[in-house]
Design a protein around this ligand. Structure first.
Ligand SMILES: Cc1cc2nc3c(=O)[nH]c(=O)nc-3n(C[C@H](O)[C@H](O)[C@H](O)COP(=O)(O)OP(=O)(O)OC[C@H]3O[C@@H](n4cnc5c(N)ncnc54)[C@H](O)[C@@H]3O)c2cc1C
Ligand SMILES: *[C@@H]1O[C@H](CO)[C@@H](O)[C@H](O)[C@H]1NC(C)=O
Ligand SMILES: *[C@@H]1O[C@H](CO)[C@@H](O)[C@H](O)[C@H]1NC(C)=O
Ligand SMILES: *[C@@H]1O[C@H](CO)[C@@H](O)[C@H](O)[C@H]1NC(C)=O
Ligand SMILES: *[C@@H]1O[C@H](CO)[C@@H](O)[C@H](O)[C@H]1NC(C)=O
Ligand SMILES: *[C@@H]1O[C@H](CO)[C@@H](O)[C@H](O)[C@H]1NC(C)=O
Ligand SMILES: *[C@@H]1O[C@H](CO)[C@@H](O)[C@H](O)[C@H]1NC(C)=O
Length: 602
């Protein structure tokens, strides 16, 4: 036992030496580490000495290795509670008041490691109690959520490294290999399936990697005679910041519909839709180069000229499966004026919503061909197109304008000077609240449900049936007009079902902070039944990895279609020891893995 312990400590000391030296780049085996420990540099000996003099703790060694940026997590809402992990503590009234009044503000949440945009993923949902520390999002001062409640870390990783460098990531991978401690990766915390949290994991928080640069003639490393107009972003940049940066250099970048989404992490890795996607493709279609630490510990550059298999996988294969992205480079477009259509009305008759959705189904094929992309939710539509003049935009939207006008709603169809002008006016200003414990079920709906009378009849009938449960949230953000031959490296790894889809449709379920385990299960199952009807309507289609049902059946086919076997081969090649894993990711170890102890097993 003692010998084993000594060997373990020796290996950890060597870890510090290994990472400090930065000479080798692959994750070592414990034996290699032990035998190389005599060649430690001075700095790492000092680090090791500190560690051995204090606790002989593996975490101390890791902390020294990553420059003291190993942090202990606390529940985001902890200042409000007088019981923390079973112990009595003092309430911090001022800090609690700030948390309560900003509870649903994404720009506030995103600055706290312990906060997630879908807060149920802060909790251990599988526990019979509500093991976590949630407030009531509909009334954050509700004492029922707070008084006498034991605030617990739940599914929040107990330790995280605030990543600043490649070697931080390499150290974490080596640490995981040596100790068996599992890893998770967090960026801005918008994941819908709990893939950026994880009880008992060591988390890599990449949020502060925020560099941005532009080159009108970016040459992917190792390529000859190929350049692109492109922007390079650190893994932790905000969508809002990258929009502003692109605009400042007179460019348009294609990105998501929420200002705090991480642009250069899970968003593009999983596909990444935008209201500009119908014309300009998915974010994954526009990637020029990715710099990534693969799970074997090597810092690699992937583009169309080197590590091509990895480049393919990183464009839609899904976040935190193929490595930890440090930076990525994306195609940009010139600035262009844009037409925005903003329509809404208040339904008065019980049949108004069904008639409205029916009209949406009738017109969406034409709108997709006119370059419109946007969102439809309940009695409202916000779409943009870069392809039409203002006059053409009005003509294209006329059926919807007539409907909304007849229902005394409001209509704006205006030309704005740039995409940023649109985003600022209609997205940033109307900042979508986060904080409700939402779950999604989604489906990509193929074009025949819009282009043929039979298809339209079937889809309209199903939506009409679904309305008593929920108003579907429609993302008209599929790469309908985009030709994948314009992608560096060719078609990306997302399911080919994206290419023939016109809508990415979702239905949602909302949990409450005090739901029992039975109620949580019931929520997941109910949602499952409703989205299953859309799956049954569209055999052979698929779903969006980042926004799919937590319990998506046959997820490999839904998210990647016939790309899956190729992706699995890439996963095995670069992650031979299975150091990175996440829920329904490529190469997923399955729900019984300890990593998913907080996911409910339905
Ligand atoms: C309010 C809201 C609006 C949204 N709008 C859109 C939209 O318009 N278009 C769209 O396509 N999607 C949208 N999404 C989904 C969103 O794109 C994904 O959830 C995305 O993965 C979130 O990235 P994040 O950094 O914020 O999340 P995180 O939860 O921090 O990370 C998401 C996943 O990516 C992994 N990851 C993060 N960074 C890295 C990295 N550097 N290297 C490797 N893996 C990494 C994580 O491990 C995790 O698996 C939205 C989500 C929300 C909550
Ligand atoms: C890591 O080291 C820093 C600097 O010494 C210290 O402030 C921090 O508390 C340490 N982290 C942990 C988890 O011990
Ligand atoms: C949070 O809410 C308070 C009001 O209680 C406000 O003054 C503050 O500016 C908000 N934002 C932050 C970052 O605390
Ligand atoms: C952007 O375009 C404007 C107007 O044409 C010009 O004045 C400005 O210098 C340009 N900025 C950059 C960074 O190219
Ligand atoms: C929706 O269904 C109701 C019956 O539930 C029916 O009366 C109505 O005509 C349907 N509307 C559409 C647009 O299909
Ligand atoms: C619209 O407003 C007019 C005038 O106020 C009213 O007569 C009509 O009933 C309204 N129509 C609807 C659909 O609300
Ligand atoms: C896509 O572009 C390629 C190359 O320019 C072209 O050969 C092909 O016909 C295009 N496909 C479509 C569907 O337009």
């Amino acid at each position: 036992m003692l010998v084993a312990r000594m060997k373990f400590v020796a290996a950890l000391l060597a870890l510090a030496a290994f990472v400090d030296s930065s000479l080798a780049s692959a994750v070592p085996d414990a034996d290699e580490l032990s035998s190389s420990s005599s060649s430690s540099s001075t700095a790492s000996v000092a680090a090791a000495a500190t560690a051995s003099a204090s606790l002989f703790s593996a975490l101390d060694v890791l902390n020294a290795t990553v420059g003291g940026r190993l942090k202990k997590a606390v529940p985001f809402e902890a200042p409000c509670f007088s019981i923390l992990e079973g112990k009595h503590v003092a309430v911090d009234t001022a800090a609690c008041a700030a948390i309560q009044s900003n509870y649903t503000d994404p720009t506030f949440r995103v600055t706290h490691f312990g906060a997630y945009m879908l807060p149920q993923w802060e909790t251990c949902q599988s526990s019979s109690t509500s093991e976590g520390c949630l407030l009531d999002n509909s009334n954050p001062t509700n004492p029922l959520a707070i008084d006498g409640v034991n605030c617990q870390l739940g599914n929040v990783p107990p330790y995280y490294i605030e990543v600043k460098s490649v070697t931080d990531v390499q150290a974490a991978l080596a640490f995981s290999r040596l100790t068996g401690v599992r890893l998770s990766v967090k960026n801005k915390g918008h994941d819908y399936k709990g893939r950026s949290s994880g009880k008992d994991t060591l988390n890599l928080w990449v949020t502060n990697l925020r560099s941005m640069s532009h080159s009108a003639s970016f040459r992917p490393e190792g390529c000859v005679g190929k350049t692109y107009d492109a922007i390079t972003t650190g893994a932790g940049v905000f969508t809002q910041d990258v929009y502003e940066f692109a605009d400042s250099v007179n460019r348009t970048i294609i990105a998501g519909y929420h200002q705090t989404i991480g642009f250069s992490g899970g968003y593009f890795l999983g596909g990444g839709h935008s209201v500009l996607s119908p014309v300009y493709g998915l974010a994954a279609d526009r990637v020029v180069q990715v710099k990534v630490v693969t799970p074997d510990g090597v810092y690699r550059t992937a583009n169309e000229c080197q590590n091509k298999d990895l480049f393919f996988a990183l464009r839609g294969g899904g976040g935190s499966a193929f490595g930890v992205v440090i930076e990525s480079t994306h195609l940009v477009e010139p600035l262009f004026p844009i037409q925005a259509a903003v329509l809404r009305f208040a339904p008065s008759a019980s049949t108004d919503l069904a008639a409205w959705y029916s009209l949406m189904v009738e017109n969406s094929y034409q709108w997709a061909n006119d370059g419109w992309g946007g969102h439809i939710v309940g009695p409202s539509l916000i779409h943009v197109t870069p392809l039409l003049s203002n006059e053409e935009a009005k003509a294209s939207m006329q059926p919807a304008v007539d409907f909304v006008t007849a229902h005394n709603g409001t209509v704006t169809i205006e030309q704005l000077p740039s995409y940023l002008a649109f985003f600022t006016k209609y997205v940033t200003a109307a900042q979508a609240a986060v904080g409700p414990e939402l779950e999604l079920g989604t489906r990509l709906l193929p074009s025949k449900f819009f282009s043929t009378p039979e298809g339209r009849t079937q889809l309209t009938a199903l939506i009409n049936d679904t309305l008593s449960f929920a108003s579907p949230y429609i993302v008209a953000g599929t790469p309908w007009l985009f030709n994948t031959s314009a992608s560096p490296g060719g078609a990306s790894a997302v399911t080919p079902a994206w290419r023939d889809a016109i809508w990415h449709l979702s239905v949602k379920w909302q949990f409450s902070f005090d739901d029992t385990l039975a109620e949580r299960k019931e929520g997941y199952s109910t949602l499952e039944e409703h989205i299953q009807r859309f799956r049954d309507l569209t055999p052979g289609s698929g779903a969006y990895f980042n926004e799919g049902d937590v319990y998506e059946p046959d997820h490999e086919t839904s998210y990647w279609g016939d790309n899956y076997p190729k992706l699995l081969a890439v996963k095995r090649k670069y992650d031979p020891h299975g150091l990175l894993d996440c829920w329904q990711c490529v190469g997923w170890k399955g729900e019984s893995d300890d990593l998913y102890q907080c996911h409910i097993k339905l």
